[in-house]
Design a protein around this ligand. Structure first.
Ligand SMILES: [Zn+2]
Length: 98
């Protein structure tokens, strides 16, 4: 019976995480690690917050969950498929500036 209540708690926890509502307490280290690695590989940002739904460097279509990095440029948020694209974009923009 304990296993069932644990699974129930786990699914509630995952539902909360899916809704981007941080759980009030992290109850075990495994959950904490999963959370950390998720933030490192993906950024939770809604597509409608982005200035463009396409990576400005490589032209890849961005989906929620595939955005690895973002940059705030001129008050607009741009999303990138990886941090290399972000660096490339920042480099290009700064070299275009006069
Ligand atoms: Zn890219």
């Amino acid at each position: 019976m304990k296993l069932i209540s644990f699974l129930a708690m786990l699914s509630v926890y995952m539902l909360l995480w899916a809704c981007h509502q941080p759980a009030p307490r992290v109850q075990n280290a495994a959950a904490m690690q999963a959370q950390e690695s998720d933030t490192m590989s993906h950024i939770n940002i809604a597509l409608n917050q982005l200035a463009s739904r396409v990576d400005p460097v490589c032209g890849m279509n961005l989906n929620e969950g595939s955005i690895a990095d973002t940059a705030l440029i001129g008050g607009k948020i741009y999303g990138y498929c990886n941090s290399g694209c972000k660096e490339e974009d920042l480099k290009q923009r700064s070299s275009k500036k006069k």
